[in-house]
Design a protein around this ligand. Structure first.
Ligand code: ADP
Ligand code: ZN
Length: 210
């Protein structure tokens, strides 16, 4: 299963990606997590990405595309992958299509999680993130997954959330029609219980892709 997840910030892409990755036994590739891991390790890539991330802007396509291209050469993607946070604009979607066409392994589906703006702001303001494994959580001091300390991401602060929503509308939302035209789009509501959304997503995916 080669899958892309799309949806506004806070739609729960990361959470759903983890469950879907476990279900299909394929890696969850989050460009945001890769950037955050690089930031934490102080790599040149992390340093380059930080100011864009903190402002809620997209990191340059040249940087992001190279990073994803490299990630997709790893052996663990042989049976598929879940891309979470990439592509984030039409240019990136075209690059991804080209990378996959070269290997003759096109996408099977693109799963869109839809969510209203008010709900996005509420969710993101309450969200905390694990310093160690980047797992999001709400209302706890320690990460439910690994016990690490949690913090509020710079880009989950109110001023930056507004900008991220604009960036999503202007730059990312156009990939939804791009993928609809390719016949790949599946839309699922991001409202409801996590496990119900996962179940809906899996049944929709099983209908279109094997
Ligand atoms: P979200 O909670 O919005 O899904 P992510 O963790 O996916 O957040 O991304 C956080 C930040 O990382 C983005 O705001 C952006 O600065 C950077 N980033 C992640 N993926 C991409 C991408 N595909 N292209 C450019 N920048 C990206
Ligand atoms: Zn953790």
């Amino acid at each position: 299963m080669r899958l892309v997840l799309v949806g506004p910030p806070g739609a729960g892409k990361g959470t759903q990606a983890q469950f879907l990755a476990a279900h299909y036994s394929i890696p969850h590739i989050s460009t945001g997590d890769i950037f955050r891991a690089n930031l934490k390790a102080g790599t040149p890539l992390g340093v380059q990405a930080q100011s864009f991330m903190d402002r809620g802007e997209l990191v340059a396509d040249s940087v992001t595309n190279e990073m994803v291209k490299d990630r997709l050469t790893h052996d663990d993607v042989a049976n598929g992958f879940i891309l979470d946070g990439f592509p984030r604009n039409v240019a990136q979607a075209e690059v991804l299509r080209a990378i996959l066409a070269e290997k003759d392994t096109p996408l099977n589906a693109v799963l869109e999680f839809s969510l209203a703006n008010e709900e996005i702001v509420t969710r993101l303001s309450a969200r905390r993130t694990c310093k160690d494994c980047f797992q999001p959580s709400v209302g706890v001091d320690k990460c439910p997954s690994c016990g690490g300390d949690v913090y509020q991401r710079e880009d989950d602060k109110a001023e930056v959330i507004t900008r991220r929503l604009e960036v999503y509308q202007d730059q990312t939302a156009p990939i939804i029609s791009f993928y609809r035209n390719e016949g790949l789009l599946i839309t699922v509501s991001a409202l409801g219980k996590v496990e119900d959304i996962t179940a809906l997503a899996i049944s929709a995916l099983n209908r279109v892709a094997q």
